[in-house]
Structures are given as C-alpha cells and as structure tokens.
Design a protein around this ligand. Structure first.
Ligand SMILES: [Zn+2]
Length: 456
C-alpha cells in the first residue's frame, strides 16, 4: 500500500520543495566551460542524495567532459524487477537573460509554477524521483523495485559520452525496463503516455554543373542549370498527396492498427492553423494530420541554396545547388537503408549534364515504440489516472530522443516515458517553469507506479 508514502510526500512537501530549490540554484550549464564546477556540484547534489537514501552503491563516472552518476539499489528482493532510471542534471544556458522575470537560478513561485532554469527540463523531474525514493525509504524502509540510476550531465550538449559509457558498462546498467521522466504531457493536468518516438535520418545533395557561374546569355541553352536540376530531383521525391515517391520507402513501415487509430483520435491535438499561421493543413492521403505527425514517416527539405541571392538580377547559370533533406521514420524502417533508398532515387532521376554529390547524415536512429497494451504501459496509465483523476491519453511523438534509441539498441527492453512537463514550460527558453500541480501529482504517479510494478 502506498498510503503512508503519499502521506509522507504531503507532509514533507515544503522541505522537499526547499531541497529542490537547492538543486535548481546550481547553474549546471553543461555547454559553457565557465560552469564546469557548478556542473560537478549538481552531480554531487545527486550523489549526496542517493547516499543519504541508502543506495547500495553510488558512483561518479568520469567522462572527458561532465560526470555521470551511477547508483544501484538491490534490496527489493530477488523476485523484484530492476528498473533503470535515466535523467539529466545539466541545463541549457539562460540567454537572453534580460527576458527572465526572475533570476533563473533563484527559484520563484508565481501563479502555481516554479520558475527556474531546469525546473522542468530535467532537474525538477529527476528530483521528483529522488523524493519518492526518500518517501519509500522513510516509510517502508525499502523500495518496491531494484533500481539502477543513470543521471548524466551532458544531455543538453548531445549526450556526448553517454553511449560509450553505456556500451563499456553494459552489464552494470542492465535492467528489466527503463523509466525516463524528461518529457511532457499534451496539456496541463492531462495524463499522457508517450509510447512511441520517430527515428531520423537525412542527407545533403549537391548538384554540380559548370566549373563556375556562367553568363546566361552566352551559355543558356547549352548547359544544364543545377538549380533547375535540383528542384526537379526534389519534386520527384514527394507528391501532392504528401506521399513519398521513393522506391521502397514504405516497404518496412508497420501498418497502423485500428486500435492505434482509435487511441490517436482521442488525443485533443494542437490546432495547427492557429499555432503556425497556415491557412490549411495537409497530411498523407488516407491519414489524418494527427496520424501523420505521430505515426507515419515524413520527408522534409530543410534548406536549399544555390545561385545568386543578392539584390536585383544577376544573369547567371549557377555552378552548383544544394539541398538538405531529413526524414522522420517509424518502427520497421532502418535509417541506413532509407538513406540508401533516397540516394538510389536521386541517382536514378538526376538529369544528364550535371553531377551529384550525396552526403549521408551521420546522426541517424531508428524509431522507438512500446506496444500501448504492454503491461508496464497499462500500469503507468492507471497510476497517472489515479494521481491526476483524469483519463490517460496515449500519444506517439514526431520527434526523437537519442538516449531512448541507444538504450533500445543496447538492451532491447521496454522504455517507459513518464513525463510530467506541460506545453507552457518553456524548456530551453527564458522563464522556464514547472507547475506545482505536476510536482505533486507527478510524485504520486511515481509512487503508485513503483508499487504497481514492484513488490511491497
Ligand atoms: Zn531534458
């Protein structure tokens, strides 16, 4: 039973908040060398807390930049599952500082929100887990699950060393499942299970024509224009129905089940016309906008350049033209294979008279998904509902979280994303904040969850 745990959290709320403020006060900006000591201090905050909680082993793993905190608790019993909890204690820079209404490193409560850098991303959410562990230890003397902790200090700079640390210590971090609280809910007080993320790949294509820009009056009619050739190539890759026309692109895409279509239809989505200013939305033929953004692959041209960009006219045939292309992928699609298909297509449709150079993006990863009816997901949904007193919605996201892909590729175990942020949190921006409501109900959700998945 979790009654005493919840009572502990309620009765100690003020003390816990004060301790969270101490964490938030440390300016652990990982990208800026000037804060190196502060980043270390934030790691120490986590280490001290875990030691105090009575974790069996707490360790600071040094990397070439910022340390990673590893800890282990193994007294839940042999039958108990082991969860790997991932989070990060580093934060984004605060610039532009003049736009903050209060000091980013002096937490302040306004209108039911904690304002501070890292309040939502991710110190606030990491802290909630530590506080729930505390509540269990103080009231039950033990945790219902065996726990491994991986809290890094480099998330905001691309987790430079995380993958190699995990790879070199694969056994050490091994667990039955993963819990991450570094994401959000679709709306305030709307319990949300994020059960899928898209994969990612991309490439850059350069079309090369003459050795240098040419006079269009002298050479127009004799030489293929690289900008024209590039736009012809690009136009052949997706049609007006938003269907990607690259051979084999959809071959490995898992079809969207009826169950998922129903889940997606229940999500009250963003009104894109209001938030983006477009007059009309588009989506892949046969799919709704929500289905396309959440669960179908996309192809985007992110940038295109070539030829004269200055004022007035310059009558040339440009020597080159370049486009940057990225795709968001869904489960089943292999990013390296997709890069190859895109490259094959480009080579096939390139007109004569120009050469192409295709650079394949190195940062590629597969999509991630846990089945929404997986017991660990269903239990999470029940715990959210109990804490927030509202029905949980299930969503997949168009974005990607690299750590999820790495943990998935290394361990192939369920990864449960228990996010408590809200769309108003302003992550990475001035005036980042986190609702006290999420703080309270989030800790309850976590407390219920350990009880559901563990042995008490
Ligand atoms: Zn984060």
């Amino acid at each position: 039973m979790t009654k005493s745990v919840i009572t502990y959290l309620n009765e100690n709320r003020e003390i816990l908040l004060q301790r969270l403020y101490e964490f938030l006060k440390i300016p652990s900006v990982s990208t800026d060398r000037a804060y190196k000591e502060d980043v270390k201090n934030a790691a120490m905050f986590v280490i001290d807390y875990l030691n105090e909680l009575g974790f069996n082993h707490v360790e600071k793993i040094a990397t070439s930049k910022h340390p990673l905190v590893f800890a282990e608790y193994n007294e839940a019993g042999e039958e108990a599952q082991t969860v790997l909890f991932y989070g990060h204690y580093d934060v984004q820079p605060v610039d532009p500082i003049e736009e903050w209404l209060s000091d980013p490193f002096i937490p302040e409560i306004r209108d039911g929100r904690i304002y501070a850098r890292g309040a939502s991303d991710d110190k606030g959410q990491v802290f909630m887990h530590l506080a729930v562990f505390e509540a269990y230890m103080k009231t039950k003397g033990k945790l219902p699950v065996n726990v491994k902790i991986c809290i890094e200090g480099e998330e905001e700079i691309g987790s430079e060393n995380l993958y190699s640390v995990l790879q070199q210590n694969k056994e050490k971090f091994a667990a039955d499942f993963v819990v991450i609280s570094d994401s959000g809910m679709v709306a305030k007080n709307q319990p949300t299970i994020l059960y899928g993320l898209k994969g990612f790949t991309g490439l850059e294509v350069t079309v090369k024509g003459p050795d240098q820009d040419l006079h269009s009056g002298l050479y127009g009619g004799a030489v293929r224009n690289p900008v024209m050739a590039l736009t012809q190539i690009l136009a052949s890759m997706k049609n007006e129905d938003e269907i990607i026309t690259v051979d084999g692109f959809y071959d490995d895409v898992k079809p969207l089940s009826q169950q998922e279509r129903e889940l997606i239809s229940k999500v009250k989505g963003e009104d894109y016309r209001t938030t983006t200013g477009v007059k009309e939305t588009v989506s892949e033929k046969g799919y709704t906008v929500k289905e396309h953004t959440m669960a179908r692959p996309t192809f985007e041209i992110n940038g295109i350049y070539g030829g004269y960009q200055g004022e007035g006219t310059k009558t040339i045939i440009p020597a080159t033209a370049t486009a940057k292309i990225t795709c968001r992928l869904v489960p089943g699609q292999d990013p390296v294979h997709i890069q190859q298909l895109l490259t094959n297509h480009i080579e096939k449709v390139t007109p004569t008279g120009v050469e192409i150079d295709v650079k394949q993006e190195k940062l590629s990863f597969k999509a991630y998904m846990v089945e929404p009816d997986h017991p660990l997901i269903q239990k999470a949904a029940i715990c959210y509902e109990k804490a927030f007193e509202k029905e949980t919605v299930f969503v997949r996201m168009g974005g990607s979280i690299p750590v999820v892909e790495w943990l998935d590729s290394l361990y192939d175990i369920p990864i449960i994303l228990l996010g408590f942020g809200t769309p108003e949190d302003r992550l990475h921006s001035p005036n980042e904040s986190f609702p006290l409501d999420s703080f309270d109900k989030g800790m309850k959700t976590i407390a219920y969850y350990w009880n559901e998945v563990g042995i008490v």
